[in-house]
Design a protein around this ligand. Structure first.
Ligand code: RIB
Ligand code: CA
Length: 315
């Protein structure tokens, strides 16, 4: 059974591989892509999402720009990992040109998501791989569409430490209010946090396997990974860069590759040192009703095999 999906992203090196996995897996039907300010500005993330699809030869999937920044805070970006343009490394092609042009849809992200949900023959899953602002805006402005959302799978948060602050992961830290709104909406929600994505490491063996695919997508991807591994080494001492975002896609593309637990998930909004921290009550200490699924394990070999197969099927 093919799962209809929308990917909401902030490309970002790992977001590109999430888009390729969503586009390249037969288990998923990529209906639309929306972008958000996050790793870099909305202008860059929107251009980069179009570049990702164009390089891979994925045409016919609308791309619309969404929120430039969080619901209630100033945008904090991550050029230190992704570079000034968000896709440091390769020379970036013009997404409006070339054999597979991908133009920016004139609708807002909310309009494109709403139109996509309304036109779908069944509820659609939203895979969010950046600050979850666009999903929050949709649920705030169009609560009537909530039943048309199959579920939200989000790369963000962590069951333990953070990467933006000691206790907050970047996507949660940028817009914690958006995460809180989505959690309170009651939509089925799965969090794929650093506790799992830090095992999706781009080792030398992974890079060799992906590069050996040899198509245009793999060549572009290898230049991305060279930069991404270098900056993750410089910033975090992780030369095998953790490719966070495609793990969220794998939850739907290959559910047996990622283990999830039903638990209580809350996000810190006011802590002096802990804003954006995700409180994952795996042991039920708080006695609160479970409200989310949280990723707790990954079959790393199976995950990379899925990424490899997807890239091999693209241009
Ligand atoms: O913390 C990692 C997450 O923040 C990833 O989605 C990465 O692309 C950045 O958005
Ligand atoms: Ca991202």
């Amino acid at each position: 059974m093919t799962v209809p999906v929308i990917v909401d992203c902030d490309p970002g090196h790992d977001d590109v591989f999430a888009l390729w996995l969503a586009a390249g897996r037969p288990e998923l039907d990529l209906l639309a892509v929306t972008t958000v300010g996050g790793n870099v500005s909305l202008e860059h993330t929107s251009r980069n999402a179009r570049i990702a699809l164009s390089v891979a030869g994925v045409t016919g999937v609308p791309v619309a720009a969404g929120a430039p920044g969080p619901l209630a805070r100033e945008l904090s970006t991550a050029e230190w990992i992704h570079g000034e343009n968000g896709l440091g490394g390769p020379e970036l092609p013009d997404p409006d040109a070339g054999p597979s042009p991908v133009r920016l849809d004139p609708r807002t992200a909310t309009e494109l998501i709403a139109d996509t949900l309304a036109a779908a023959s069944e509820p659609v899953a939203i895979i969010a791989t950046g600050p979850i602002t666009n999903v929050a805006v949709l649920l705030r402005e169009r609560p009537d569409l909530a039943p048309r959302i199959r579920e939200v799978v989000w790369m963000g948060g962590s069951t333990d430490r953070g990467n933006a602050t000691p206790y907050a992961e970047f996507n949660a830290w940028v817009d914690p209010e958006a995460l809180d709104l989505v959690l309170r909406s009651g939509v089925r929600f799965t969090m794929v946090g650093l506790n799992v994505t830090h095992r999706a490491l781009v080792t030398a063996s992974v890079r060799e396997r992906l590069a050996a695919i040899g198509n245009r997508t793999a060549r572009f991807g290898d230049e991305l990974l060279e930069f991404f591994c270098r900056t993750n080494d410089e910033v975090f001492g992780m030369p095998d860069g953790p490719l966070h975002d495609p793990v969220a896609v794998a939850v739907l593309a290959d559910p047996d590759s990622v283990t999830v637990a039903r638990t209580r998930l809350d996000v810190e909004l006011v802590g002096s040192e802990t804003v954006g921290a995700t409180s994952v009550d795996l042991d039920g200490m708080l006695g609160r009703e479970a409200n989310a699924f949280v990723a707790v394990g990954i079959d790393v070999d199976r995950f990379w095999a899925g990424v490899e197969a997807a890239v091999a099927g693209l241009a």
